[in-house]
Design a protein around this ligand. Structure first.
Ligand code: MN
Length: 232
């Protein structure tokens, strides 16, 4: 019996470092939730009332770790969205809200970088959001902190500043859909696997970045992320 071999080597696995350790999280998928803070829903022109959550995906290999953000050349209007990233450590389907946090192994600080012009065009034409949300380097992310070390944060400041000036500021307690609910709802649509990431939504204050900007994102008890926007 012969064993099948790859025609060419597999692409590298996307990974995230664990803060203060030498191990890596092997990343499977990246899910993102839209409009999960009231004030951000309002600033984007939507009803702030609790509507069922909706999700989109970024590619795992669009993670950007310990590197500056190259401004995507296909866009003229790239926005920052600071978000808490939930890291799945135990897979499952149809997970109950009560058991959801058993499936979460850690948290990180992420940026859901968005080509707002391409997203707006897609919305207008009724097309998928991919060009605006899922592009190379679209998901800068910090090291992961483990829930065994910090617990499961449900409150605490989340903010982003550009060149020292605060642009986004909110609190994790303002999440419309809380982390256990996000995990539960998502698991009704997808088979969650260890290494899945969930970007949990952004507070208000999203806006454009420019080449030369220094972005500092911070979430109390989770960590921080600092990067420059550089020419493509
Ligand atoms: Mn977002």
């Amino acid at each position: 019996m012969t064993t099948a071999s790859y025609l060419f080597p597999p692409s590298p696995l996307a990974t995230l470092p664990i803060a203060g350790g030498s191990q890596l999280i092997p990343v499977h998928r990246i899910y993102c939730i839209g409009r999960n803070y009231e004030a951000h829903a309002v600033e984007m022109g939507h009803d702030p009332n609790k509507e069922p959550p909706f999700f989109f995906q970024k590619n795992a290999d669009s993670l950007l770790v310990n590197a500056d953000f190259p401004f995507p050349k296909q866009s003229q209007d790239v926005h920052h969205e600071v978000e808490m990233v939930v890291v799945i450590g135990k897979g499952g389907e149809s997970i109950s809200v009560e058991n959801a946090l058993d499936h979460v192994i850690g948290y990180a600080v992420g940026l859901d970088m968005t080509c707002r012009d391409l997203q707006a065009e897609a919305k207008k034409l009724g097309r998928p959001w991919e060009p605006g949300k899922s592009f190379e380097n679209a998901a800068p992310c910090s090291a992961v902190v483990l829930a065994s070390d910090i617990g499961h944060p449900s409150q605490g400041e989340i903010n982003l500043s550009i060149n020292g000036e605060v642009r986004q500021k909110g609190d994790l307690n303002q999440l419309i859909w809380k982390v256990p609910e996000l995990v539960s709802v998502l698991s009704n649509f997808y088979r969650l696997l260890p290494g899945d990431l969930i970007f949990s939504g952004t507070p208000s204050g999203v806006g454009p970045v420019r080449v030369g900007d220094r972005l500092e994102a911070r979430i109390a008890s989770v960590g921080s992320l600092s990067l420059a926007v550089v020419a493509p």
